[in-house]
Design a protein around this ligand. Structure first.
Ligand SMILES: C[S@@+](CC[C@H](N)C(=O)[O-])C[C@H]1O[C@@H](n2cnc3c(N)ncnc32)[C@H](O)[C@@H]1O
Length: 341
């Protein structure tokens, strides 16, 4: 039996909120609706209410994190080994399983699906990001054997195959940050476009622009085209299949861009020369790099300076930030700079 107050149905929601805000609602139990009104389980003293002893059902304990759900299933030592961060892309989860936990990987994957009910497939990473397409190998450990999914972010939709293209949901804030800076009329060069997250989020925030999105991986390019259609942005974004250097030099992009995105943290420095070639005076460049956590911007700034001298352009750094942690001691950074001459 649980101590309850009886509240008229019409007042129930208001009283529930008040009890909750005062810490007087006993959330361990589920309130009971009857023809007399609603019985709310309460804690503490109630002067102006008559108290009733009522039989109520206990709430099932809600599990909020993978770690929570694994308590009691893994030993404390095993729990310490579980990698806490994982990616959910649409209805597919991708996680890292340390070698010592391989025998428990199914249990971990099933627990993850219990916590995240929308997840239909769980894959483990079996390689780092590989090659110029930056794709990693994956192995199914639970759920449907399917690698194609649809992911939503910033009111945009992205279809993609997690086993054939690069994609990370961890840059969603960064994409929004860039999109919010874009002004009407800008011409934007989206290098290394992947399946289109940067150009598509920009076009969602600021449709009065022209964007050229360049991608080399033919599978990512197919999804880039599909995602442009899916988000009805054919008039705004032109997808181009090819190597950034070839495309920019062959398609006569000289002095074309007001803004250039360079989201290739491993290797973007090799493309600074073509970025300077494509930039008009006043162009803003977003240059991504992996860097040491201890000294995150020095190398990137040196590379920009060196390349600007080589290209005979003047630059001014207008912003820099750590975008996300990448690996122990390594972060992804962005340096935003303006080409002033
Ligand atoms: C780190 S991913 C970023 C993809 C996308 N911008 C995103 O945030 O999801 C880099 C992308 O650049 C593409 N890429 C690599 N080298 C390239 C090149 N030389 N020209 C065009 N695309 C290239 C890869 O295939 C990959 O899709």
């Amino acid at each position: 039996m649980v101590k309850c107050i009886l509240v008229k149905r019409k007042d129930a929601e208001k009283v529930r909120r008040e009890l909750l805000s005062m810490g007087l609602l006993d959330i361990e139990y589920i309130p009971k609706k009857t023809s007399d009104g609603v019985y709310f389980p309460v804690k503490g003293a109630f002067k102006n209410f008559k108290l009733f002893e009522v039989q109520l059902s206990k709430r099932a304990r809600r599990v909020f994190s993978l770690e929570d759900s694994l308590k009691g299933k893994l030993t404390p030592d095993e729990l310490k080994l579980v990698v806490k961060s994982f990616d959910i892309i649409g209805d597919i989860a991708i996680l890292e399983i340390p070698k010592k936990l391989e025998k428990k990987e199914k249990l971990i994957a099933n627990s993850l699906m219990e916590v995240h009910r929308n997840v239909k497939s769980v894959f483990k990473k079996t390689s780092p990001m590989l090659g110029i397409f930056r794709v990693r190998k994956l192995k199914l450990i639970a759920g449907e054997n399917r690698t194609i999914t649809e992911y939503r972010e910033n009111n945009c939709r992205f279809k993609l195959d997690v086993s054939k293209v690069y994609f990370t949901p961890r840059l969603s804030f960064e994409r929004k940050r860039i999109a919010e800076q874009v002004k009407p009329g800008e011409k934007i060069l989206a290098m290394f476009a992947g399946v289109g997250p940067f150009p598509i989020v920009i076009a969602k925030f600021q449709p009065k622009v022209k964007i050229c999105a360049i991608e080399l991986n033919p599978v990512a390019f197919k999804y880039l085209e599909e995602n442009i259609r899916l988000n009805r942005m054919q008039e705004i974004i032109t997808p181009i299949l090819g190597d950034v250097k070839d495309v920019i030099l062959q398609k006569k992009f000289a002095g074309w861009a007001d803004r250039i995105l360079m989201p290739l943290p491993k290797g973007a420095e090799e493309f600074l020369g073509v970025a300077f070639y494509a930039a008009r005076k006043g162009c803003v460049v977003h240059f991504y790099q992996f860097a040491s956590e201890k000294n995150p911007f020095e190398e990137a700034e040196k590379r920009i300076e060196y390349s600007s001298l080589f290209s005979g352009r003047k630059v001014q750094v207008i912003g820099k930030r750590t975008v996300r942690p990448f690996a122990p001691g390594v972060v992804q950074v962005v340096v935003d700079f303006k080409i002033t001459d």
